[in-house]
Design a protein around this ligand. Structure first.
Ligand code: HEM
Length: 123
C-alpha cells in the first residue's frame, strides 16, 4: 500500500553538493531538489504492473519510507500501527465498504502529504 499510494509523495528538500546527472539533465551543485518518491514507486522499469496495488507482491522494495541515512526512523512503529489498525478494522467490521462512489472521494491539496479529506464508510 505504501508503494502504491503512500502518504508521503515527495521527499523533504535536499541540496545537491555536486553536479548530478539525472535522465540527461544536469542538476547543478547547490540546487534544492525534492525526490518524488511516488513516481519512483510506480516506475514501470522497476515494478511489474506498477499501477496495480497487488498486496501480495514480493518484489516490493519501494521508497515509501525513504532511503539511506534519512530512512524513516518511525518505519517499524508505522508498520505495526498499520497492521493493528487495518487488521482490527477488517476483523471487527467484516462488511466495511465505501459509503460513496470512489470517484467522489476528495483528496487534500498538499504537494507533499497525500491524504483524504474524509473516508465515508458503511459497516
Ligand atoms: C505510514 C507512516 C509513515 C510514512 C509513510 C513515513 C515516511 C517517511 C519518509 C518517506 C521519510 C523520509 C523523508 C525524506 O527522505 O525526505 C521519513 C522520515 C522520517 N520519519 Fe517517517 N513515516 C511514517 C511514520 C513515521 C512515524 C510513526 C515516525 C515517528 C514515530 C516517523 C518519523 C520520521 C522521522 C524522524 C524522519 C526523519 C528521518 C531523518 O531525516 O533522518 N515517521 N518518513
Amino acid at each position: 500500500m505504501l508503494r502504491h499510494d503512500g502518504p508521503l509523495q515527495v521527499s523533504l528538500p535536499r541540496i545537491t553538493v555536486a553536479d548530478v546527472e539525472v535522465a540527461n539533465t544536469t542538476i547543478p551543485a547547490g540546487s534544492m531538489v525534492h525526490v518524488v518518491v511516488a513516481a519512483a514507486n510506480r516506475d514501470a522499469s522497476r515494478f511489474v504492473d506498477p499501477e496495480r496495488l497487488g498486496i501480495t507482491r514480493t518484489d516490493n522494495q519501494h521508497l515509501g519510507f525513504g532511503h539511506g541515512v534519512h530512512f524513516c526512523v518511525g518505519a517499524a512503529l508505522a508498520r505495526m500501527e498499520t497492521r493493528v489498525a487495518i487488521g482490527s478494522l477488517v476483523t471487527w467490521f467484516a462488511g466495511l465498504r465505501l459509503a460513496v462512489p470512489v470517484e467522489e472521494l476528495q483528496w487534500e491539496v498538499n504537494p507533499i502529504l497525500r491524504s483524504l479529506v474524509s473516508l465515508p464508510v458503511l459497516t
